[in-house]
Ligand binder design. Structure first.
Ligand SMILES: Cc1ncc(COP(=O)(O)O)c(C=O)c1O
Length: 350
């Protein structure tokens, strides 16, 4: 098996060490995580401190029920996992084997290709079109007709756009196999995928607690699909990949989505401000439906990202032989953190 490996970014501690800066000066603009503190969470799990000797219940029923109620469905349609990443891997495990095909529009989240190849399938990456990186509806639709798994990322990481509903429905209707909608950023577009799942028995939607809910450290995600597909994913799920504390905090957060919703409003406002500041620097900012901004900074993108890293500002650059060689991706963080990024860019742009 010759699947590529997922590339991890260096940790904040490693970056601090390498550049001789205090670790609390390192800001992650590269992981599309939330800037909001999670100090509300420990009190929720404090009562569990005496029972960590026991395993979590493998059914994770309270978590499934809270996720179902948040998404407007029922618990049998939900499968929990250790992050959306584990859900992606479980889907590949359940639906792909040697001789199968998977496809996606690229650039997109790299795990789809890795997971597909790991299970022996062929992966067809269909390039987005032109300088605006438009969604390749026709070619992806054709690829979906012969694919056991079609991966859609809505909104897409890293292009930050959300495909038109009618196009998604076209692909779902044309697809030979399952269509996975990775909805990791769906709270920023207020998407409700439950009606699509009701209409189409081949759709699986992946959700995460890592982005709008601001709980990336917990490693919790879940899928929503028809009961039949949910049972097939559940059949390959390990019994206890989510810790009992992660499940408990996530359940509480899903039961009270208002906190998340208020934060989405704040981040969306801050995204507009950051985009304006970056535009003043002469950077082309791609319109965003997410908590990150894809920015065309020019041919010195990698050099700029290295200079920023030495100041403790970690941003995402892209392979130099790909469509995004001239781009950097910035997570929208807290205003004072974004101000540091903008100030550093003023001195590091050519
Ligand atoms: C599109 C997409 N899917 C999934 C993930 C991973 O989610 P999780 O933290 O739930 O594993 C990410 C993280 O950046 C992402 O951008």
């Amino acid at each position: 098996m010759n699947a590529p490996k997922y590339q991890w970014q260096p940790s904040s501690e490693e970056i601090a060490d390498r550049h001789g800066i205090p670790v609390d000066q390192v800001v992650r603009f590269d992981q599309n995580t939330s800037p909001f503190p999670t100090d509300w969470a420990p009190s929720i799990v404090a009562p569990m401190a005496r029972t960590l000797n026991e395993y979590p219940a493998a059914s994770y029923l309270p978590l499934r029920e809270a996720a179902a109620s948040f998404l407007g469905t029922t618990a049998e349609h939900i499968v929990p996992g250790a992050g959306a990443d584990e859900i992606v891997l479980l889907i590949a495990k359940a639906f792909l084997r040697a001789g199968n095909r998977a496809c996606a529009a690229i650039p997109t989240y790299p795990l789809y290709e890795i997971a597909s190849l790991q299970h022996g399938a062929e992966f067809l990456g269909i390039d987005r079109i032109g300088p605006k990186l438009e969604f390749p509806l026709e070619s992806l639709g054709e690829a979906a007709e012969t694919s056991e798994v079609t991966w859609l990322c809505e909104p897409n990481n890293p292009t930050a756009d959300r495909t038109d509903d009618r196009w998604i429905e076209e692909i779902v209707s044309a697809a030979k196999g399952v269509v996975v909608i990775d909805a990791a950023y769906a709270e920023f577009t207020r998407d409700d995928w439950a009606p699509l799942v009701k209409r189409h028995s081949n759709v699986i939607v992946c959700h995460t607690m890592s982005k709008a809910f601001g709980l990336a450290g917990l490693r919790v995600g879940f899928s929503m699909s028809s009961i039949d597909l949910a049972q097939r994913i559940d059949a390959v799920r390990p019994p206890g990949s989510i810790s009992s504390m992660s499940a408990e905090i996530s359940t509480a957060a899903l039961r009270e989505p208002q906190r998340m919703e208020r934060r989405v409003v704040r981040l969306t406002k801050e995204r507009g401000r950051l985009a304006q500041e970056l535009t003043k620097l002469g950077i082309r900012v791609v319109p965003s439906s997410t908590n990150f901004l894809l920015c065309e900074v020019g041919s010195s993108a990698v050099a700029i990202s290295e200079n920023l890293m030495s100041a403790g500002l970690v941003v995402r650059s892209f392979p130099q032989d790909g469509q995004l060689a001239r781009f950097l991706r910035f997570t929208v963080r807290a205003p004072h953190e974004n101000d540091r990024l903008v100030a550093a860019l003023w001195s590091h742009l050519p």
